[in-house]
Ligand binder design. Structure first.
Ligand code: GLA
Length: 359
């Protein structure tokens, strides 16, 4: 029996930059998904989870002799990854994978990517094979794009495959190079607040944003600028874009990339005031220019910013729900939490949850 853990992640900054070949800085969490793997006699993949386990254990079986197709179920992430992995290594022995999770699903903390990465790592280790973190991240992203049908970038998979506890990772998604630095904030100052709004809108809106970025690149190219992606664009180039929505999308990506560089410097200098300010700018840009925030996320960012001792806050992940991250004195947040949670409940009819990190 072999056990593999894959953490969830937050993105400290660099939102919607990954599919524009830009920069981002994710941080892995201590919450995540654990898989126990072992060989079985039958010629099949057997998947089960604590989540589904009632009195009768519930197994999902995928025979090697059958054609694997998407089921619109959590097992798609695992089966998609194993199908992709079979293009690299021969897999024909029976394997059982049992999953347990401490990560809230659908909250933008990358439970899907964690499921993919721990599946890949468990099968690779069980079969005594070796793949690099980048190879694993790429094949998991491919499985998610092609088997599951979600057109995500590489941020989540690379953050998790390459992450190191307590360290944040600077990713340059153009060449997939990474750097790490300790995320050395004062104890308890980083809080994740879960709006508990699951991101149903995300897929279609996400794909529309990706398209708009491609259209923005095409609009810039018409003016003779030789750019491949918004990563290569600057303010002067985007000022050529006539269509206001495309201009706003491009403005977010260009400004967010430069915020990531400033944030990386601030993190290394432990300048938490500066990081907080950059977070607020990032949130406003996601809210107004990229239009991927929502009322609940704005409620949390605005409410946290009004508290004394608050350094900054922003939405994290794809948007339209999920979580915000806040840099705030934990004593102040604690003493105000019940009141704010009640106000949130009154407005949105949802109980929020929070995770205070010790990173
Ligand atoms: C989701 C996607 C990532 C990235 C973020 C937004 O998490 O999976 O690839 O695009 O949204 O930054």
């Amino acid at each position: 029996m072999l056990t593999v853990f894959a953490p969830g992640r937050i993105n400290l900054i660099g939102e919607h930059t990954d599919y524009n070949q830009g920069y981002c800085i994710p941080l892995t969490l201590w919450l995540g998904i654990t898989v126990s793997a072992h060989f079985i006699e039958e010629q099949q993949i057997e998947l089960s989870s604590d989540y589904e386990r009632t009195n009768e254990p519930c197994f999902h079986r995928f025979l090697y002799s059958e054609n694997w197709v998407k089921q619109n179920h959590w097992t798609d992430y695992c089966i998609g990854v194993i199908a992709e992995l079979r293009k690299y290594i021969s897999i024909s022995v029976g394997i059982s994978l049992h999953f347990s999770s401490t990560l809230p699903a659908g909250s933008g903390l990358s439970s899907s990517a964690a499921l993919e990465i721990c599946t890949a790592r468990a099968v690779i280790q069980l079969l005594d094979q070796n793949l690099t973190s980048i190879e694993i991240a790429k094949l998991c992203q491919k499985a998610e794009n092609e088997f599951v049908g979600v057109n995500c970038g590489i941020l989540d998979q690379l953050a998790i495959a390459d992450g190191m506890s307590g360290y944040c990772t600077f990713i340059d998604t153009q060449n997939l190079s990474t750097q790490k630095t300790l995320f050395d904030i004062p104890k308890g100052f980083l809080t994740i607040i879960n709006s508990q709004i699951t991101r149903e809108l995300t897929n279609s809106a996400y794909n529309i944003r990706r398209k708009e970025c491609e259209q923005a690149v095409a609009a810039i190219q018409k003016y003779g600028f030789q750019i491949q992606s918004l990563r290569d664009a600057n303010e002067k180039m985007i000022s050529c874009i006539k269509e206001p929505v495309l201009y706003a999308r491009a403005k977010h990506v260009v400004s967010e990339n430069s915020r990531v560089l400033s944030a990386w410097a601030a993190i290394q200098q432990k300048d938490w005031n500066q990081l907080g300010k950059i977070w607020v700018e990032s949130h406003l840009s996601l809210q107004n220019d990229y239009e991927v925030s929502c009322e609940a996320l704005d409620f949390w960012v605005n409410t946290v910013l009004k508290l004394p001792g608050s350094l900054g806050a922003r939405m994290t992940g794809a948007g339209f729900g999920g979580c915000i991250i806040a840099l705030i004195d934990p004593k102040i947040l604690n003493s105000n939490w019940n009141l704010i949670a009640a106000e949130y409940y009154e407005k949105f009819g949802i109980e929020p949850t929070r995770i205070t990190t010790n990173a």
